[in-house]
Every structure is written in structure tokens, then in C-alpha cells.
Ligand binder design. Structure first.
Ligand code: B12
Ligand code: SF4
Ligand code: SF4
Length: 277
């Protein structure tokens, strides 16, 4: 990954098929297999997922290109889970291309879960002292994205990229036998010294705290703040990436989906009534 924002769309330089770049997969992060193994929980290790893997590639989508491509896809027409089905199709396409070139490859979506979930947490979070709430069943894309230079952790919880700011997602992970040059972490600390207009814009007094993002405080604020159920004022106000912000249809789609899943998460995992603050 590069720190030069002008180069951030040159994902094909990292071995990605240009068709993926044209469909919005315009940001990649690459880790050597051993580095990747140190950041994920069991079930996700190369030994279990693709023993011959030499590289792990994270596929990111910055700005509006990806959602535009989804909106004009057959998956959108079909209307069932269009974003994830579209992303899955392109992950499979890339794997097929690499296999054809002689490199066994395997793709995973950001929502995929593996392993028993009995671990205290994925290794990356355990190393940072935080407890993983899902026991490591998901691969932690935020940690993998940071380690491979897709962005840096921010006060908002999500990663920030020099060009896209908070407006990018990490849709998939490819494990491949193909040796790819790793992309180093970014040397960038955007929140240090920033007056944090994100915190001022947030109606919760705890969600965007000086010590980091409190996702439970955010959920609790959403309960009686309808605007936060379809948009995030804090994210909109970040000083980075404003020219790359999602349009309101995309932001509403993502935020409403996350709100629905978040309610279930509060009910099932946190065991709180999702309608209470
Ligand atoms: C599950 C999940 C959620 C769930 C969390 C609750 C749950 N467990 O059911 C829900 C659906 C609520 C959610 C919401 C959001 N998420 Co989310 N989420 C994930 C997912 C698929 C797995 C997280 C996980 O288990 N990680 C692994 C374990 C080991 O780490 P952990 O620290 O225990 O995980 C916790 C945090 O990651 C937290 N979490 C999840 N998303 C987010 C986002 C923020 C801002 C924060 C602070 C925490 C957080 O929930 C996890 C369980 O407690 C990841 C993708 C991935 N594979 O990592 C995306 C991911 C982390 N989410 C992301 C985003 C963008 C969001 C939203 C901002 C989407 C939106 N527009 O509203 C919101 C933010 C939360 C909010 N303010 O409401 C992005 C971050 C991208 C980036 N640039 O950094 C990811 C990587 C997905 C993606 N497509 O890119 N998310
Ligand atoms: S959704 Fe609302 S409460 Fe949550 S961080 Fe954004 S502005 Fe704050
Ligand atoms: S507005 Fe400033 S403090 Fe807030 S996330 Fe963006 S860079 Fe960080």
C-alpha cells in the first residue's frame, strides 16, 4: 500500500485483476502468510484455510465506485443481500484467475466465520489487551487492514485512509499461493492534534471519546436518535476523505444494515434489550 493518495487506486499493481478494480475494489493490503497467521484466530490460519498459501490480500473499496457497481449489478436487481453476493462473485472471479495461472487460492467475505469461537479472542486483539467479543470467529479485518497499510486506527473506531478518510470498507480476504509483495503499515497519525469535529458532531457524549470509540455507547444513542440509524454525523464530519464520502443511498444502506445486526448483537451477545439506552 502506498502513502501517496494519488496512487491509491492502482490496486492492479498488486496482482489484482483490472476487472475487480473497475468494479470498485480499488484498495488492497498484502501480508506475507506468516504475518497474517500471527493476526488471526484458529480456523483462519493458513494451515487450516489454505496450507500452501504464501500471501494474504485484503480487498478494500474506497469512495463511491463500489456501491455504484453494486447498484448496476444483477445482484442488486435480484434484491437479496446484493452487496455481499456481488463481493462474493468478484472474490471467486479473482481466485479463478489465479488458479488458472497455477496458484491455488481461496476467498473469504468479511462476514465469514470460522473456527470454534472458543478462544479468548483473536490474537491481534488479545495482544492489544482487548477482549474479542466473538471469540475470534471473524477474522479481524480492522487489525489486518492496519497491518497491511490500508488505513490507520482512528478515534471513530474505523480505519482512516489518507485519500478516502473513513469512507472505505474491507470486503474480502484472499489467501493465495501466489507470492505478492507485502504492503507496509502507514506511518500516519491523523487524530493526533486534530480538534476532533467528529466528537462534537456526535450526539452521544461517550461514543467518540478521547480514548477511542465506544460501540456500545453508539448503539445505545441510536435507540432514540433516528438520524443515527441511517447515517453517522461523526463519520461525515471527519476532516479526511470528504470528497470520497458515500452518497446518502449507500450510507443509508450500510448503516441501516449495521443497525439491524447491531440490535441482534445487543440482544444475543450483550444480553441487553436493544430498545433501551
Ligand atoms: C460484526 C461486525 C459488525 C457488527 C458488530 C456487532 C456484532 N458483533 O454483531 C455491526 C453490524 C453492528 C457492525 C457495525 C458497523 N461496522 Co462492522 N463489522 C463487523 C465484522 C463483520 C466483524 C467484526 C469482528 O467480529 N471482528 C473480529 C473480532 C476479533 O474483533 P472484535 O474487536 O471483538 O470485534 C468487534 C468490533 O470489530 C466491533 N465492530 C464491528 N464493526 C465495527 C465498527 C466500528 C466503527 C467499531 C468501533 C467497532 C466495530 O464488533 C465486533 C464484535 O464486538 C467486521 C469485519 C471483520 N471481519 O472484521 C466489520 C467491520 C469492522 N465493520 C465496519 C464498519 C464500517 C461498520 C459500521 C461503521 C457500518 C455502518 N455504516 O454503520 C458500523 C459501526 C458501528 C456503529 N457505529 O454502529 C468495517 C470497518 C472498515 C474500516 N474502514 O475500518 C468492517 C471491517 C467491515 C467492512 N465491510 O469493512 N459491524
Ligand atoms: S452513529 Fe450517531 S452516536 Fe454513533 S458515532 Fe455516529 S453520530 Fe455518534
Ligand atoms: S475528525 Fe480528526 S479526530 Fe476525528 S476521526 Fe477524523 S482525524 Fe480523527
Amino acid at each position: 500500500m502506498t502513502t501517496n493518495p494519488d496512487d491509491s487506486k492502482n490496486a492492479e499493481n498488486h496482482g489484482l485483476d483490472p476487472a475487480l478494480v473497475a468494479h470498485g475494489f480499488n484498495l488492497v493490503g498484502v501480508l506475507a502468510a506468516e504475518h497474517y497467521d500471527g493476526l488471526v484466530g484458529s480456523g483462519w490460519h493458513c494451515a487450516e484455510a489454505l496450507p500452501s498459501a504464501r500471501s494474504a490480500m485484503l480487498l478494500g473499496c474506497g469512495g463511491v465506485d463500489f456501491f455504484r457497481a453494486v447498484r448496476s449489478s444483477p445482484e442488486w436487481e435480484a434484491g437479496i443481500d446484493p452487496v455481499d453476493r456481488f463481493a462474493r462473485r468478484w472474490l471467486e472471479f479473482q481466485c479463478a484467475q489465479w488458479r488458472e495461472a497455477g496458484f491455488e487460492s481461496r476467498g473469504f467475505l468479511y462476514t465469514d466465520q470460522r473456527g470454534s469461537g472458543n478462544e479468548a479472542g483473536a490474537r491481534s486483539r488479545a495482544q492489544s489487551g482487548a477482549q474479542s467479543k466473538d471469540g475470534g470467529r471473524h477474522a479481524d479485518f480492522v487489525s489486518l487492514g492496519a497491518a497491511s497499510g490500508m488505513g490507520v486506527p482512528s478515534r471513530l473506531g474505523i480505519l482512516l485512509h489518507p485519500r478516502f478518510g473513513p469512507w472505505f470498507s474491507i470486503r474480502g480476504l484472499l489467501l493465495t499461493e501466489r507470492p505478492l509483495a507485502p504492503t507496509p503499515p502507514l506511518a500516519w497519525n491523523p487524530c493526533r492534534g486534530c480538534p476532533a469535529p467528529c466528537a462534537t458532531a456526535c450526539p452521544s457524549d461517550r461514543a467518540v471519546g478521547a480514548g477511542g470509540f465506544d460501540i456500545e455507547a453508539c448503539f445505545s444513542c441510536k435507540v432514540d436518535t433516528p438520524s443515527c440509524q441511517s447515517s453517522c454525523a461523526a463519520r461525515r464530519t471527519c476532516v479526511y476523505g470528504r470528497d470520497e464520502a458515500y452518497d446518502s443511498e449507500a450510507e443509508t444502506y450500510y448503516t441501516q444494515s449495521a443497525f439491524r445486526v447491531g440490535r441482534e448483537f445487543r440482544r444475543q451477545t450483550l444480553r441487553v434489550d436493544p430498545d433501551t439506552r
